[in-house]
Design a binder for this molecule. Structure first.
Ligand code: MN
Length: 190
């Protein structure tokens, strides 16, 4: 899996973000959502696949309400170690601003058990433009779908909650603390 775009955008003498290297979880597949205050506040949704984190930027954040579709822009792969990153990207660097780990956990599929089978399904579903998965996070749980939009902009997807016992109209974004440090985006400054 390719991390060259990620590495090219960063000066590792200046940012404390991890260098791009391929690494995997042992017996699970993880996801992480980072809340990131650059010039635009957004949420970065990342899912482990083949030793990297496939990544989408969600301007309005995820929703637990199946009636709300959230635009998710596919961006470059991030290294596995990025799942643990929170803090501040210094001024002058790509993505400068504060980041907290807003949610984290694992993902699974309804009909595939082995990690290899899940990753293969993920890969082919991304090609096909629709991927259904189950999140087991601290804030997000249950079935979701990522669907590529049928527009010219090839990296535009929609993230939607599916109807299940976790679906809710309560705004999950109101819970604005890191699941790691329990700090808000404003408090994380290091
Ligand atoms: Mn970001």
């Amino acid at each position: 899996m390719d991390l060259s775009k990620y590495n090219l955008k960063r000066d590792f003498n200046s940012t404390t973000e991890p260098r791009g290297v391929i690494k995997k979880s042992k017996n699970e597949l993880i996801f992480v959502i980072q809340k990131h205050a650059t010039s635009n506040l957004h949420y970065d949704f990342r899912m482990e696949m083949s030793g990297v984190l496939r990544s989408w930027t969600i301007p309005n954040g995820p929703s637990m309400n199946p009636e709300e579709k959230r635009l998710a822009i596919m961006v470059e792969n991030h290294p596995y170690a990025y799942k643990d990153f929170e803090g501040t990207i210094p001024e002058g660097n790509y993505g400068a601003g504060n980041i907290i780990i807003w949610d984290s956990g694992t993902y699974s599929l309804r009909n595939e058990q082995s990690i290899e089978a899940i990753e293969n399904k993920f890969k082919s579903d991304l090609q096909d433009g629709q991927f259904n998965f189950i999140l087991s996070g601290k804030k997000l749980n249950g079935e979701f779908v990522l669907k590529r939009m049928k527009i010219k902009q090839k990296n535009a997807w929609l993230l939607m909650k599916k109807e299940d016992q976790y679906a809710s109209k309560t705004n999950v974004l109101n819970d604005n603390k890191s699941v790691v440090s329990n700090l808000t985006l404003e408090e994380i400054v290091k």
